[in-house]
Design a protein around this ligand. Structure first.
Ligand SMILES: [Zn+2]
Ligand SMILES: [Zn+2]
Length: 158
């Protein structure tokens, strides 16, 4: 698997290609009969069928559309590579991203504060840990912050 740095470079290349493509499409758009709609509008409803009208403008829109698709896929791949590189214990088991403003449950597991809000059961006034099913009584904001996790994340992400 290519390294995140290589992937990031490829994404940047795609982005600059996309920018050029958009500039070209925008120029052609201004010369076309569709002066009142934006390129973004066209892209949103684009399905390639208009390609039959084989004009430079439609070709340029198709090119931009293809590039955006590619970029979306690449971005997703990159996000996945990044999350695979989160060290054990610093990843939130709910959102699978870096722990953000982590709070410690009585069982010893930590999750993002925002993720815990979603786990909080107001009727029971507790949070069931999704990793070990042990209940922590009380609300999210009563939980202690996990300072050691926060420090470890800071030094990892420098
Ligand atoms: Zn989370
Ligand atoms: Zn737990």
């Amino acid at each position: 698997m290519p390294s995140p740095a290589t992937e990031e470079k490829r994404l940047k290349e795609l982005e600059s290609k996309l920018k050029q493509g958009k500039r070209k499409a925008q120029l052609l758009l201004r010369e076309s009969n569709f002066k009142n709609i934006t390129l973004e509008d066209i892209l949103q409803h684009w399905n390639g069928s208009a390609l039959k009208r084989n004009t430079d403008f439609f070709k340029s829109v198709e090119a931009v559309y293809q590039l955006e698709e590619k970029k979306r896929v690449k971005q997703k791949e990159l996000d996945r590579t990044r999350s695979e590189n989160i060290p054990d214990g610093l990843e939130c088991g709910v959102c699978l991203d870096w722990l953000a403003d982590s709070r410690l449950l009585v069982c010893g597991h930590s999750f993002c504060r925002n993720c815990l809000y979603r786990l909080y059961d107001a009727a029971e006034n507790n949070i069931i840990c999704p990793m070990c099913r042990i209940a922590t009584i009380g609300q999210v904001d009563q939980l202690n912050r996990n300072y050691s996790v926060e420090a470890a994340i800071q030094s990892c992400r420098k």
